[in-house]
Write a protein that binds this ligand. Sequence first.
Ligand code: ATP
Length: 274
Amino acid sequence: MDAVISVRGLRMSYGRNEVLRGVDLEVRRGETVALLGPNGAGKTTTVEILEGFRLPSAGEVEVLGVDPARGDDAWRARLGVVLQNWRDHPRWRVGELLGHVAAHYPAPWNTGELLDALGLSGKATAKVGRLSGGQRRRLDVALGVVGRPDLLFLDEPTTGFDPEARREFHDLVRGLDTTILLTTHDLAEAERLADRIAVLVEGRVAVSGTPAELAAAVRAPSRVRWQDGCELTDDPSRLAWELHQRYGGPVPDLEIRRPTLEESYLSLIDRSAA
Ligand SMILES: Nc1ncnc2c1ncn2[C@@H]1O[C@H](COP(=O)(O)OP(=O)(O)OP(=O)(O)O)[C@@H](O)[C@H]1O
């Protein structure tokens, strides 16, 4: 199997605060996997360990076949990281900044071609500080992929975006041809971008799979409402049948509402936190 990321029993504590309590995660070549979880679940901590920026307390971690704690420059050059924003470089010109970063990699993109590919044609001589928000985000992606990474990390990439910018960013990410680990607390974003989703709750992967598998695995109860009552049940057709028997015929004002994936996800988080 072609595992790009392989994590077994990953644990991490900050002092007495045990943030990761045995995370298992695998990402295969070419996949986009979303690590989904509420605020404080430990997503950023996990990604920082995978990037080699933080040492775990325990567990086995391999990224591109290497323990990140021992990753050398050649290993690092195979990773791409999309940072939130290059706010510190407003006076650099786009092409200069991209060329400067590209120079650190053995086989980078041609910067002009990359700008074209990411919809920034004609912006090479523009100052970073003069780009629109959406253009800045494209540049962030360009900086993350300029070294042709084998693995790209996107940590909460659309926080603070308006819906239009989010849609554009999602289109951009879907067009990238690399393995991606994305962290997000937004289920809709995970569903839109990821082949597989791993839900991180309370320091563990509570459930993982394709969006469809997730929907089946975490289904919250359905709500059955009728003229004289309302019940939550995991087996709505059985309840409907029992009501049919009770009424000796059609159930007055019968209404069955199955949960959305969003509701199921929120119920999973609530159950785990309880
Ligand atoms: N450097 C640190 N020192 C101490 N505690 C930390 C540190 N970084 C994170 N934490 C704590 O670890 C927990 C997990 O944080 P982390 O940032 O990994 O979660 P997250 O899932 O990325 O959250 P968010 O979605 O809010 O970014 C939180 O309780 C946080 O306060």
